[in-house]
Design a protein around this ligand. Sequence first.
Ligand code: UDX
Length: 438
Amino acid sequence: MGEQASGESSGKEPIGVIGAGWVGLVTAACFAELGHPVVARDVVEEKVEALNRGEVTIHEPGLAELITGNADRLEFTTDMDRVLDHARLLFVCVDTPPTHSGDADLSRVRKVVDDLAGSGDHVLVMKSTVPAGTGETIIAELPGAGYVSCPEFLKEGTAVEDFMNPDRVVIGVGQGGEADGDAVAGLYEPLGGQMVRTDVTSAEMIKLASNAYLATRISFINEIANVCEEVGADVGEVARGMGLDDRIGPQFLRPGIGFGGSCFPKDVSALKLLAGNSGYHFQLLNSVIEVNELQKRRVVGKLVKHLGPLAGRRIALLGLAFKPDTDDMREASSLVLAARLAAEGAEVVAFDPVAMDAARAMLPGVEMAGSALEALTGADGAVLVTEWPEFHGLDWGEAASVMGNPLMIDGRNFLDPAALAAAGFTWEGVGRAEVRPG
Ligand code: UDX
């Protein structure tokens, strides 16, 4: 791999990818799998070298196999000119993290636009999430180039599957951009899924609105769960009953300890600020954000309810990543939870099946255990933070016997309360009745 994306004679459209992060790597690997010769460019030299050796640095199911399996069609480089020579269609997959003000940081997108100025008839296919209006600005700045907004809807942990089986593909083009839109649509056609052809600004809004709506559903069900706790209802039953209404649907109604990750927190904030900067106060999103912040902290109140003051108490966190099947710690609820527990004077010990390396640097005061059982040993209480499937298989009888006090706050309603109670645990979840042993 790495010498040259040799499939250039395959007759398939060559693809350029700019930014080999999560979205860029999945996009590059999946287009290569579909038979396209792909050259992906990243600015981090060590990452490019590792990728050319077939070493994938992120944990994403199926991705490493696609990268090694399509080595002859996949090349990684730091050289922008190599990508420009290789492909007319350039998928821009650089990140747009939040700035201190909460707006999206477009500096990496701007750099790509600068690199492209005067480089001929390339088409920028924008995958990066940008504020609505960004595409039209770029179009005005790059008169010779094409521009297509094609936002990504990949979920970490199932990104390869999501790419290969899209619900919809959104393609936004500006005036005169229909042929470029057709070229991008042609790439996605073999995958099925509804094509949404629209203008650039609407395509940008579809992405922001989709993420903000999903985040709103999570904050909504979290508040319903909190009310369930007060009135003695079971949020699982409530979500099931709600989700059977076709107008509502069952997805994204799982209560928990708040949403995290690289997208929802930043995109909700970016949409709120985009609205504010345009003169509109997006009141609902303020609440979505606030409810999410409070939800991460509610666990601490539950621990105090059972244990009293937490100073000197040893608390085990099971799972640290923002969700299972990823080692991504960005905006993970565990970060806020660990910091709150430390502020209460608790001793925090943690275990995650894959995110330990990523977590170590971000949680300096937290003791990292070698296994879930080791984390639980001597603990006065445990919090299930990330619903890793392997936690189901723990020997709860043994877990109860090694803990100082078998208390489980299940932040995801993931474990079987009856099994835990039978093993001697007191179990408390989110929006459900507490279960005690015996
Ligand atoms: C999200 C979007 O789903 C995806 O379309 C977009 O392109 C990127 O952002 P991702 O961040 O990978 O994907 O994860 P997702 O599965 O959407 O979960 C986000 C967060 O919400 C996680 O912290 C998860 O635990 C939480 N969540 C999700 C809930 O708390 N309840 C739910 O019902 C669903």
